[in-house]
Ligand binder design. Structure first.
Ligand SMILES: O=C(CO)COP(=O)(O)O
Length: 127
């Protein structure tokens, strides 16, 4: 099962803490991330993560393409709701394509736990 991890700059510390707390669970997935998020997560946890471009350079669109291809099963995207992003259209497109494909999407820490728990439940059912 493939999971995407993304965080805006103000939320990267939260995502790193989440990944540290849930590292054993995350290791069960094929992970992908936008560029800077991925590097920060790798540095902090050593998780094996496929890094896409940085978000403003097209990383959100690359993850959107994975969702459109049905090669990404869930997204944890800790958005910063208080800071304008130069690539807002890409962010909107990513959220939209998740809805089009019924891809589980968490946009804050509380729902990140819920989405990860559900995907783990599905993984356990597959085994
Ligand atoms: O901007 C982002 C998502 O919209 C995240 O990109 P980075 O992980 O490269 O910072």
């Amino acid at each position: 099962m493939r999971l995407a991890l993304i965080a805006h700059d103000e939320k990267k510390p939260d995502l790193i803490s989440f990944a540290e707390e849930r590292q054993a669970d995350l290791e069960r997935f094929e992970l992908m991330a936008t560029g800077t998020t991925g590097q920060r997560l790798i540095d902090a946890t050593g998780l094996d993560i496929e890094r896409k471009q940085s978000g403003p350079l097209g990383g959100d669109m690359q993850i959107g393409a994975e969702i459109a291809s049905e090669t990404c099963d869930g997204v944890i995207f800790l958005r910063d709701p208080l800071t304008a992003q130069p690539h807002e259209p890409d962010i909107t497109a990513l959220l939209r394509i998740c809805d089009v494909h019924q891809t589980p999407l968490a946009t804050n820490l509380a729902s990140a736990d819920a989405v990860l728990d559900e995907l783990i439940r599905q993984l356990d059912g597959e085994e």
